[in-house]
Design a protein around this ligand. Structure first.
Ligand code: 5GP
Length: 210
C-alpha cells in the first residue's frame, strides 16, 4: 500500500454533488446516519444537495464506531481479528427518537469502505435495534437502509452487506479505488501541504506519467 491518495475538500464536495442525483433517484432517503468521524463532513455536504425546494433538510443522526485490532496473544495465533466498538450510538431509551427511524428510508454515510467490517457492523446493529424498537412500540413499517461512501477500496472484504441491499443497488460508492491509503482533508495537519500533494498527483496523472 505504497501510494497515497490525497483528497481535497473540493473533491469531497464534488463527489457528494455528483452522487446526490443517484441518491435522490434511487434511495430517496428521509434520514441520514453518519458514521463518525469520516462520515460527518460528507453527510453534511450531501444534505445540501439532497434538499428539495420547499422541503425541510434531511435530518442527520450520528453514530461513532472505532475499529480496533485485537492483538495476537499466545493463545490467539490466528490473524489478528478486528473488533468494532461503539463510541456513540442512537439513543435507544428515547422511544420517540427510535420511532422516527421506523418505516423510513435511511442512508448510512461513511467516507471509506475498506475491509467493510465497520459497514457490516453498522447495518446489522442498526437493523437489529430498529426492529427491537418497532416491536416494542408495536408499530408497522419496514425500515430500508442504503449506503453511501466516498471511496470503496477494491479488495477482498472481511465484512458482508445484506444480499438484498446489494441486489437492489442500495450501495453507492462515489469512486472505486485500489488498496491505497486515502488521505482525507479533515485529517490533515497542514491543509495547504495536503492540497499541494493532491494538486501534484493530479498534474502527474494529467501528464500521463502516474
Ligand atoms: P473498514 O475496514 O471497517 O471498512 O474501515 C474502518 C475505518 O478505517 C474507516 O471508517 C476509516 O475511518 C478507516 N480507514 C480505512 N481505510 C482508510 C484510508 O485509506 N484512509 C483513511 N483516512 N481512513 C481509512
Amino acid at each position: 500500500m505504497a501510494e497515497k491518495l490525497y483528497v481535497t475538500y473540493n473533491d469531497v464536495h464534488n463527489l457528494c454533488k455528483e452522487s446526490a442525483e443517484h441518491i435522490l433517484a434511487n434511495f430517496q432517503p428521509q434520514l441520514m446516519i453518519a458514521i463518525g468521524g469520516g462520515g460527518y463532513v460528507p453527510a453534511r455536504i450531501l444534505r445540501s444537495f439532497l434538499k428539495k425546494p420547499g422541503n425541510p433538510n434531511i435530518p442527520i443522526q450520528a453514530i461513532g464506531l472505532s475499529l480496533y485490532e485485537q492483538l495476537a496473544t499466545d493463545s490467539v495465533v490466528e490473524e489478528p481479528g478486528k473488533k468494532v466498538t461503539r463510541t456513540q450510538w442512537l439513543d435507544l431509551t428515547s422511544l420517540g427518537e427510535m420511532k422516527n427511524l421506523i418505516g423510513k428510508k435511511i442512508l448510512i454515510v461513511d467516507e471509506v469502505d475498506d475491509t467493510r467490517t465497520t459497514l457490516e457492523y453498522a447495518v446489522k446493529e442498526l437493523e437489529k435495534d430498529v426492529e427491537l424498537a418497532r416491536q416494542k412500540l408495536g408499530v408497522d413499517g419496514k425500515t430500508e437502509f442504503s449506503i453511501f461512501v466516498l471511496h470503496n477500496k477494491q479488495k477482498e472484504k472481511k465484512g458482508t452487506l445484506p444480499k438484498d441491499m446489494m441486489d437492489e443497488g442500495r450501495y453507492l460508492a462515489a469512486r472505486t479505488v485500489g488498496d491505497e491509503w486515502i488521505c482525507y482533508p479533515w485529517e490533515a495537519g497542514d491543509i495547504e501541504e495536503h492540497d499541494e500533494h493532491a494538486r501534484q498527483a493530479k498534474a502527474k496523472k494529467a501528464n500521463g506519467s502516474s
